[in-house]
Design a protein around this ligand. Structure first.
Ligand SMILES: C=C(O[C@H]1C=CC=C(C(=O)O)[C@@H]1O)C(=O)O
Length: 391
C-alpha cells in the first residue's frame, strides 16, 4: 500500500511515498525531535517488544472531515478459510483465563481470535479502506504500509475502521476516547435501544470499562496539569456494536511528551491488553497466536509533537499479493464473563471487516445502523452517537 491514511469524523491525513522508515519508536521520536523529518505516520505493534512500522512520508495532506473516496472499486469474492483459533479453542482459552482471573493473578484480560480470508483476485487495500470508511457512520478508517516493520511484513497492509481514539495531542491539549464494554446492535430499533440501555446499566461492563479509564488516568496524571475523567461512561454506537466510551481531556504540564511518546506510554491500554498490564501481556503471549499489529495503534506525529493515534481494532492485515487477509477481534474478560457471550462478541466485532468484504453472513446487522447505508459513498459527519447524554 503506497501511503497512509487516517480518516476521522473531523479530519483526514493522507500521505504518500517515503523519505525514511523506522522499526524503532525511539529512532522515529529522535528524527522528529531533531526536526530531521516533519512527520511520522504508521503503526505500533500490539506487543511492545515487536517492531513498529513507521514512515516519514514524502508528501502529506490534511483535509477537513472524513475521507471521501472518489469511487468504491469492487472487491474480489472473498471466502473465510480458517479460524485462528477454532471457536471451540477460543472458548477453552477464555475458560482458562477465567481461572486466572478467579485466582486474582489478573483482574482483566482481553482474549482475541482471528479469521483468515482468501481471495482469487487481489484485495486492494485502498478499495477495502474506501468501503470501510463509507460504511462507518463516523467515517473512521486507517490504512498503513507495514513494510518498515521488516521481515514478514514486506508489502503487507493494515486496514481498519477503529472507533477508538487512543489519543489526540494538539499543543498541550490531550484527548482520549477509550471504549470497553460491548453489546450487539439489533435491526429492530426498540430492541436496539433496550440493548444499549442494558449495556449502560451493566455492572460487569462498567467494571471492564473502568480498568481502561483508571489506566489512562494513571498514565496521564503525572504528565498533565489538568485532567478530566468523567465518572460514568457514555453509550457509543458503531454500525456493528454498542460500546461504553469515556471522553478524557487533559492539559500537558510541558510541551512533551509528543503524541508518539504518549501513544507508547498509553499502549496497550486494558481495552486491548488487561490489568495488571504486564501480567495481561504475558498471558496473551502464552494463550494466543501473535497479534502482530492488531491491538496496536495507527496514527501520526509531527515535529511539534502534535498527532493522533487510534487503537488498531476492527482491522485486517492484507498479505503482499492481496490474496490473503487476516482479521482479528477480541473482548475484555473479567471474572463475571461468560465464554459463550465472549465468543459471540468477537463475532459481532468481526462483522465490521467481514461485512465490508462481503463475507458477512448476517447482513441484518448493517440494517441496525440508522445513519449509514452499507455502500454509501460519502460518509455522514455524525461523530459516534452519544445517546445517553450522560457524563
Ligand atoms: C479489543 C477490541 O475491542 C475493544 C474496544 C471496545 C470494546 C471492547 C470490549 O468490550 O471488550 C474492547 O476493549 C476489538 O474490537 O478487537
Amino acid at each position: 500500500m503506497d501511503g497512509f491514511l487516517l480518516s476521522r469524523a473531523d479530519r483526514t491525513l493522507r500521505t504518500s511515498g517515503s523519505r525514511d522508515r523506522f522499526h524503532e519508536i525511539d529512532a522515529a521520536a529522535e528524527a522528529l525531535a531533531s526536526r530531521r523529518v516533519p512527520l511520522v505516520v504508521g503503526a505500533l505493534p500490539f506487543d511492545p517488544g515487536d517492531p513498529a512500522a513507521l514512515t516519514a512520508p514524502a508528501t502529506a495532506q490534511f483535509t477537513d472531515g472524513p475521507w471521501r473516496p472518489e469511487s468504491l472499486p469492487p472487491l474480489p469474492t472473498v471466502r473465510l478459510t480458517e479460524e485462528l483459533p477454532e471457536p471451540a479453542e477460543h472458548l477453552r482459552r477464555v475458560a482458562r483465563l477465567l481461572d486466572r482471573l478467579r485466582d486474582h493473578e489478573l483482574q482483566k484480560v482481553v482474549a482475541a481470535r482471528s479469521v483468515v480470508l482468501s481471495a482469487r483476485d487481489p484485495i486492494d487495500p485502498w478499495s477495502l479502506l474506501a468501503r470501510l470508511v463509507s460504511r462507518d457512520h463516523a467515517g473512521n478508517g486507517f490504512g498503513v504500509d507495514l513494510s518498515p516493520a521488516g521481515d514478514g511484513y514486506a508489502g503487507h497492509a493494515l486496514v481498519g475502521a477503529s472507533p477508538e481514539l487512543l489519543l489526540r495531542r494538539t499543543g498541550r491539549d490531550v484527548e482520549c476516547f477509550p471504549l470497553a464494554g460491548t453489546a450487539p446492535r439489533h435491526a429492530d430499533p426498540g430492541e436496539d435501544h433496550a440493548e444499549g440501555q442494558r449495556l449502560l446499566a451493566s455492572a460487569k461492563n462498567r467494571s471492564e470499562h473502568a480498568f481502561v479509564t483508571d489506566w489512562i488516568r494513571s498514565v496521564l496524571d503525572p504528565v498533565c496539569s489538568e485532567l478530566t475523567v468523567p465518572r460514568s461512561p457514555r453509550l457509543i454506537g458503531t454500525p456493528a456494536v454498542w460500546h461504553l466510551g469515556t471522553p478524557i481531556t487533559g492539559v500537558l504540564r510541558d510541551p512533551w511528551p509528543s503524541a508518539l511518546e504518549l501513544a507508547r506510554l498509553l499502549h496497550p491500554t486494558p481495552a486491548v491488553g488487561g490489568t495488571p498490564t504486564d501480567a495481561a501481556i504475558a498471558a496473551i503471549r502464552e494463550h494466543e497466536e501473535p497479534r502482530r499489529f492488531y491491538g496496536g495503534a495507527a496514527g501520526w506525529c509531527d515535529h511539534d509533537g502534535d498527532g493522533e493515534w487510534v487503537v488498531a481494532i476492527r482491522c485486517a492485515e492484507i498479505d503482499a499479493d492481496g490474496l490473503r487477509a487476516r482479521a482479528w477481534a477480541g473482548g475484555g474478560i473479567v471474572a463475571a464473563s461468560d465464554p459463550d457471550s465472549e465468543l459471540a462478541e468477537t463475532s459481532a466485532k468481526l462483522r465490521t471487516l467481514l461485512g465490508a468484504l462481503g463475507v458477512d453472513p448476517e447482513p441484518a446487522v448493517d440494517g441496525a445502523q440508522s445513519v449509514s447505508e452499507p455502500d454509501r459513498l460519502v460518509p455522514g459527519d455524525t461523530l459516534t452517537r452519544d445517546v445517553s447524554g450522560q457524563q
